[in-house]
Design a protein around this ligand. Structure first.
Ligand code: GLN
Length: 298
């Protein structure tokens, strides 16, 4: 078994790969999400929707027990919330460098309903998970996959989105159509994400390079330095649809089906409030409205 892991640190990664750009947004604090739904192209929306259906979670026990009346329950509270620097279409800076996306609009709705204020800090994905784990942030959301390993060190609110992994290759690549085809190939991955574990466990012989941001991994494929990226399907489908000149395509079946959840500190007092808000949003259509804006009809 031969597997090489190369860790690359790239400080500012490939601004302009995404239409939204990424200039200067890191570390910015903002409580605003702009109405940037226009960024979502209809083709991208419907394809991403095919790959990832929304999760209709049951109302949590807590919420049922309390009669669901959590409206305004956290007014006067300010929470430190972290997000990824860029994970389209869930959280990314718009043209004005204001964070937007499905997760950001969900956060806005949760904050409106529960009545809390928040400070939003975009950061690399590994830093995001670590900051919640070490109690530097109250909460994080960035299409974060719920895993047993992560559950040991942080809380997850109820799942809010179904996803899975797919493969991105150059448009003219005919060799790679499924995970088994990655044997002996060069694979670019995003550091600290579930796709690293997946490739580690399911491909015995490939050369893996990891990057803090997925844009850098896509660029590796574009410039021929890597054969493939394995990553979250909704992100790759949105990216290729929004960037028809990327020279890349998404291939293969959806693997490693997963769900996204909002992370909180271990045993956080806020988890029940977030669950109550999510349950309410599934009932009153708030969830569907945000979903349709970013992914089209369910
Ligand atoms: N869903 C993936 C994970 O949690 C990637 C999330 C991200 O890159 N923001 O590992």
């Amino acid at each position: 078994m031969k597997k090489k892991f190369v860790s690359m640190v790239m400080a500012v990664v490939l601004c302009g790969v995404f239409t939204a750009g990424c200039g200067g947004a890191e570390g910015e604090t903002s409580g605003e999400a702009s109405p940037a739904g226009e960024a979502a192209g209809s083709a991208a929306e419907s394809e991403a929707a095919d790959a990832s259906e929304s999760v209709q979670t049951e109302a949590s026990d807590t919420e049922a027990a309390a009669g669901g009346d959590y409206e305004g329950a956290l007014s006067g509270v300010t929470l430190k919330v972290g997000t990824d620097t860029s994970f389209v279409p869930f959280c990314f800076p718009d043209d004005n460098n204001v964070y937007t996306g499905f997760d950001i609009e969900l956060l806005e709705a949760v904050s409106d309903y529960l009545g809390f204020e928040y400070e939003l800090s975009p950061m690399d994905f590994t830093a995001l998970l670590m900051s919640v784990q070490t109690n530097k942030l109250d909460m994080g959301l960035a299409g974060i996959t719920i895993t047993d390993e992560r559950k040991e060190v942080m809380d997850f609110a109820d799942p809010y989105y179904d996803a899975g992994l797919q493969i991105l290759v150059k448009s003219d690549n005919e060799d790679i159509k499924q995970i088994a085809d990655l044997e002996g190939k060069k694979v670019a991955l995003k550091e600290g994400t579930a796709s690293v574990d997946y490739v580690n466990e399911n491909v015995s012989d490939c050369t893996v390079t990891t990057f803090p941001n997925i844009e850098a991994a896509y660029m590796e494929v574009q410039r021929g330095a890597a054969d493939a990226v394995v990553y979250d399907a909704p992100n790759m489908l949105y990216y290729t649809n929004q960037n028809p000149d990327s020279g890349c395509k998404v291939v293969g079946d959806l693997v490693d089906g997963c769900q996204y959840g909002i992370v909180l500190q271990k045993d956080s007092e806020y988890t029940e409030y977030i669950n109550a808000a999510l349950a309410k949003f599934h009932e009153d259509g708030t969830y569907d409205a945000i979903y349709e804006k970013w992914f089209g009809q369910q």
